[in-house]
Design a protein around this ligand. Structure first.
Ligand SMILES: Nc1nc2c(ncn2[C@@H]2O[C@H](COP(=O)(O)OP(=O)(O)OP(=O)(O)O)[C@@H](O)[C@H]2O)c(=O)[nH]1
Length: 296
């Protein structure tokens, strides 16, 4: 992953006005609730964790949801489960589009609620449904998860980042009510390597970025991952899709060569196609991040 970290990224442009507004809205959401469901992209579970989020959540119970579980191999999921366990955390893996794993998230949120109502009782207060909110970076699947938790489509879920707004409480059980609009975590990050991964996975919201550089970074990242943890990825994902081996190329040179090989020399189109193919899962089930101290 060293290569991506080294990219001099003015390749991503963040909009500070939007970020300040989104941060303020998120903090308002967090004030209203007892339990937080933090959704991350299972392909990049660290890059989709905002460094200040723990501070913003404070001591409120949090349920950690790693969504898009269908987009990585089971052995990659297992690697992350073990790492999170070492950190004393239990991740709940979901496919919010299809519904897998969502019942367990609902149960975990209810369990957190029981503890909160115990506390209320001990202080002489009446029990009430516990209030929860789903938060996460743009496009990680928050609306899809809310729809699944509710069992019906009440929140618009769309491929376009940044579609969700306004506030309403909805019951998901006798014990839990949910803010029906998710809290969007603004995705500006000091760590540019994380920024690239967010851009690759389309979890980046309003920011704009250089498609060719991000696409080249994806190729470099895939090569790094294949070298470090081949058993956590599908076999030769780029070769399998495009019949062009990336081994002799840098990411940038690979895009050029692939453009010649397939797209009449059009590098921009090649870059866009590669990102689209990755995001649609057409390169296979690819985890883009490994635990920090990962050893094969
Ligand atoms: N493959 C796959 N796709 C998913 C999953 N969850 C959500 N999606 C898709 O990802 C896209 C974004 O999902 P949303 O639920 O709109 O994401 P969001 O976090 O609410 O997005 P914003 O409103 O932009 O912040 C949609 O096309 C969903 O169908 C999943 O687990 N697997």
């Amino acid at each position: 992953m060293a290569l991506t970290q080294n990219y001099k990224l003015n390749l991503i442009q963040w909009y500070p006005g939007h970020i300040a507004k989104a941060e303020k809205a998120l903090k308002e959401h967090l004030k209203l609730v007892d339990v937080v469901l933090e959704v991350r992209d299972a392909r990049i579970p660290l890059a989709t964790h905002h460094p200040q989020i723990n501070e913003w959540i404070g001591s409120k119970p949090r349920v950690l949801v790693l969504n898009r579980v269908d987009m990585l191999l089971p052995q990659a999921r297992q690697t992350w489960i073990e790492w999170f366990k070492q950190q004393g955390e239990v991740p709940y893996f979901t496919n919010a589009q299809q519904g897998q794993g969502v019942a367990a998230v609902s149960k975990a949120a209810q369990a957190a609620g029981v503890v909160i109502n115990e506390r209320r009782k001990n202080r002489g207060m009446l029990p009430r449904p516990v209030r929860a909110v789903v938060i996460g970076f743009p496009n990680v699947g928050k609306s899809a998860l809310i729809n699944r938790l509710l069992g019906r489509r009440v929140v618009e879920s769309a491929a376009r980042p940044g579609v969700t707004r306004q506030l309403r409480w909805v019951r998901i059980s006798d014990q839990i009510e949910l803010l029906d609009s998710p809290g969007v975590i603004p995705s500006r990050l000091e760590n540019q390597g994380n920024g690239v991964k967010l851009a690759i996975c389309d979890d980046i919201g309003d920011a704009s970025y250089d498609t060719q550089l991000v696409s080249a970074a994806l190729v470099d990242l895939l090569k790094d991952l294949e070298a470090t943890a081949p058993h956590l990825l599908p076999k030769q994902p780029l070769y399998a899709r495009y019949t062009l081996d990336p081994a002799p190329f840098t990411g940038e040179a690979y895009l050029q060569a692939l453009a010649e090989h397939r797209y009449k020399g059009d590098v921009e189109r090649t870059a866009r196609q590669l990102l689209t193919d990755f995001r649609k899962g057409l390169l296979g089930e690819i985890v883009l991040e490994l635990p920090p101290d990962y050893e094969p």
